[in-house]
Design a protein around this ligand. Structure first.
Ligand SMILES: [Ca+2]
Length: 229
């Protein structure tokens, strides 16, 4: 899974104005593990890793309070920074959220400009102004967040707007779910014990380029980059 780090083609995948080349590589290195990102973060306050899901056995099916405060699975490395911290970071300066997904050694990245998470009173709803991606596969990632101030939900606090179900319970993870189908993807979710796909979703085709296969992501990483301008 490390071969892409030396792949020059990766340099072409990210050309977002306001994000330096060094930051892009920090994001790439972030896939290798949270600890390394923490070290980078120490000398580079413009980068903040907010999520990592690489271990199928670390359940993100946690409470509202857990997601508010953050949690981690050290030494397995999976973690959620915490919604309150994410709110304060994105409220303090304009940030871009970079979502990185590795599926069958293929790397996909989505950039979400001016990513903002509201406070708890507003149920940690997120907004962003536009997205950037290099492929249709990556653009699908945008549908994970919807497009209109989607509120956060956990199994013990249902803000999803779907009357027929509790999306967080069904998907086994806290996330920004919305009507009518909760979400097209499940980045924080566990693998369904009866299938090879993550809980809740109808198909893992979501993550994959043609030819279509049904592999689940090997890694999902989310990092905030402070806008330079
Ligand atoms: Ca519901």
């Amino acid at each position: 899974m490390t071969s892409f780090l030396s792949d020059p083609a990766m340099d072409n995948t990210v050309s977002q104005p306001g994000i330096s080349h060094a930051h892009q590589h920090l994001c790439l290195r972030g896939w290798l593990g949270r600890r390394q990102v923490r070290e980078n973060h120490g000398s580079d306050p413009a980068l903040t890793q907010i999520q990592l899901k690489v271990n199928a056995n670390t359940s993100f099916n946690k409470t509202w309070q857990d997601f508010k405060n953050g949690f981690d699975f050290s030494p397995q490395e999976d973690f959620w920074l915490g919604n309150e911290k994410i709110h304060y970071i994105t409220a303090s300066k304009a940030h871009t959220l970079v979502v990185s997904v590795v599926v069958d050694d293929a790397v996909h990245q989505l950039y979400m400009y001016d990513f903002f998470m509201a406070n708890e009173t507003a149920d940690f709803a997120v907004t962003y102004t536009e997205t950037f991606s290099n492929s249709s596969v990556e653009s699908y990632l945008g549908s994970c967040w919807g497009n209109d101030s989607i509120k956060f939900s956990t199994y013990d606090l249902d803000n999803d707007g779907v009357m027929s179900t509790n999306c967080a319970s069904e998907f086994g993870a806290g996330w920004w779910y919305q009507a009518p189908n909760c979400s097209a993807c499940n980045p924080n979710g566990d693998i369904d014990p009866n299938q090879t796909e993550r809980l809740g979703i109808p198909s893992e085709n979501f993550w994959n380029a043609a030819p279509i296969n049904t592999s689940s992501p090997d890694l999902v990483s989310m990092a905030l980059f402070r806008n330079l301008s």
